[in-house]
Design a protein around this ligand. Structure first.
Ligand SMILES: Cc1ncc(C[n+]2csc(CCOP(=O)(O)OP(=O)(O)O)c2C)c(N)n1
Ligand SMILES: [Mg+2]
Length: 334
């Protein structure tokens, strides 16, 4: 089953199972800190990321487990990171919100809303200045980031300097408990972005094939013109914003309505109708994903906790310790 449409289903299933398992592990306090799940939004990562080449780069938000998985970071290294173990992709220092893997050019996992848009633009500028023609930088962000100053600064410079960035807005209609309609005067996000004079359009973010096509078209423009493109991916998160969110700002009926458009269910039906998979093969995809994730959980359980003696490592510089100039006459430190 090597068809790319089947692979998209496999990727969405891997993301769904990985995240549902994380929710369970959070309840057992095996995963601590913050946890933001993208259940319902899988079609975006599964549609866009396979269109990238190994030389392209990705910047994402804290709702990025699926993006890392599809990029090939490895379920075991991601799960170990969720557990805070040394074997994690960020050495256990990042956790859920800060997955990072330079070897696949996966540059986070960024927790500050909007802050990674300028990073993505800077990265694309570096590619351009170093003559890496044809490389793209993809930046995923929520619609909440479009209310931040960084969004405007990033789009402005990306267009002004014609930088190869694909801006992928994951519009799930809410920024924590704040609805788009209650916070933005312009809710047509492609229109809003296009005021910066770049190609911008909206895509059904619940349709993985539509996402793949939009990403391919957008990347063709980015690579051929070296200029940025903006995609608004219309989606919805089925779960709360994070594990701390009582989810009281939207109705159960609204959530149920969107669940009828579950991208995994829709795509499965289409693949079966197109005779690309059988029901038994779909079952097999779920079983394979389940065993991949269970193996990752088992490895994370066996993983290594970092010793307290390494507490200051990576803080400013490796193993420098406290410089003598910073120690006062009575031995106190600044
Ligand atoms: C600069 C900044 N302000 C506030 C927060 C707190 N915060 C975390 S997630 C979030 C909502 C962001 O919503 P959106 O960009 O739509 O992404 P989503 O969570 O819906 O994927 C907020 C306000 C933050 N992390 N950074
Ligand atoms: Mg949002």
């Amino acid at each position: 089953m090597t068809d790319e449409r089947v692979r998209r289903l496999a990727d969405m299933i891997r993301i769904r199972l990985f995240e549902e398992r994380c929710a369970e592990l959070y309840g057992q306090m095996k995963i601590r800190g913050f946890l933001h799940l993208a259940v319902g939004e899988e079609a975006i990562a599964a549609g866009v990321i396979p269109q990238l080449s190994a030389d392209d780069a990705i910047f994402a938000t804290y709702r990025e487990h699926g993006h890392a998985l599809v990029r090939g970071v490895g379920a075991d290294r991601i799960m170990a990171e969720m557990f805070g173990k040394i074997e994690g992709c960020s050495g256990g220092r990042g956790g859920s919100m800060h997955l990072f893997d330079a070897s696949t050019r996966f540059y986070g996992g960024n927790a500050i809303v909007g802050a990674h848009l300028p990073l993505a633009v800077g990265h694309a500028l570096a590619d351009k200045m170093q003559g890496h023609d044809g490389r793209a930088t993809v930046c995923f962000f929520g619609e909440g980031a479009m209310a931040e100053g960084e969004f405007h600064e990033a789009l402005n410079l990306a267009v002004l300097w014609q930088l190869p960035v694909l801006f992928c807005c994951e519009n799930n209609l809410y920024a924590m408990g704040t609805s788009l309609a209650s916070s933005e005067s312009q809710t047509d996000l492609a229109l809003k972005a296009s005021s910066y004079q770049l190609p911008a359009w909206s895509v059904d973010g619940m349709d993985v094939d539509a996402m793949a096509k939009a990403a391919r078209d957008a990347l063709d423009i980015v690579r051929s013109s070296d200029g940025p493109v903006f995609l608004e991916c219309r989606t919805y998160r089925f779960r709360a914003h994070s594990m701390f969110d009582p989810d009281l700002y939207r109705t159960k009926a609204e959530i149920e309505q969107w669940k009828l458009r579950d991208p995994i269910v829709t795509h499965t039906s289409r693949l079966i109708a197109d005779a690309l998979v059988t029901e038994a093969e779909v079952e097999q995809l779920w079983a394979e994903a389940r065993s991949e994730i269970e193996a990752a959980v088992a490895a994370a359980e066996r993983g290594t906790d970092e010793g307290v003696e390494t507490l200051t490592r990576h803080v400013y510089a490796p193993d420098v310790g406290v410089p003598s100039s910073a120690v006062g006459p009575s031995g106190e430190t600044a």
